[in-house]
Design a protein around this ligand. Structure first.
Ligand code: RP5
Length: 165
């Protein structure tokens, strides 16, 4: 199976990005993770993106905060799908990161998930891989069934609580 690569602009992004590790593990998807900065290590960002396909990577998740150019610079050097994960920043609450990632000019798309939306980045990566990887679709469907069961359980608990009022 092709891997998901998670790249982050700084190790300070890791607490958010690690949420994607859990989800990918649950789906049985192999992944690798790297700290690569669009600003501080631009040559490394280019080298990573250029070599990603040959390294067996199928989807790249690029997490970054503030002036978050990592997803864009990586997408510029590969035709693999790139999912941008905006990280909540201390000064502008992640709106800076979100707009930097989502507002790519025409020609080089970066699919964008919510601020700190690591789980959705992993699920979207899985959905992309599922187009060509047997068995993944069933895992995605099972995940949705489990999610729905949790909601039904929560509603049941709420109804019990309301009876006691
Ligand atoms: C971005 O700047 C990183 O993705 C991180 O979210 C932010 C701050 O980086 P550090 O100063 O914590 O290394 O490039």
């Amino acid at each position: 199976m092709r891997k998901v690569a998670l790249v982050m602009g700084s190790d300070s992004d890791l607490p958010v990005v690690s949420g994607a590790f859990e989800q990918l593990k649950e789906f049985g998807i192999p992944f690798e993770a790297h700290v690569i900065s669009a600003h501080r290590t631009p040559a490394a960002a280019e080298a990573f993106a250029r070599g990603a396909k040959a390294a067996g990577i199928g989807v790249i998740v690029a997490a970054a905060g503030k002036a978050a150019h990592l997803g864009g610079i990586i997408a510029a050097y590969t035709t693999l799908p790139v999912i941008g994960l905006p990280i909540k920043s201390s000064t502008l609450d992640g709106l800076d990161s979100l707009l930097s990632i989502v507002q790519m000019p025409p020609g080089i798309p970066v699919a964008t998930v919510a601020i700190d939306g690591a789980q959705n980045a992993a699920i979207l990566a899985a959905q992309i891989l599922a187009l060509s990887e047997a068995g993944l679709t069933e895992k995605l469907e099972a995940h949705r069934v489990a999610m729905a069961a949790k909601v039904l359980e929560k509603d049941k608990t709420l109804q019990e609580e309301l009876k006691g009022l």
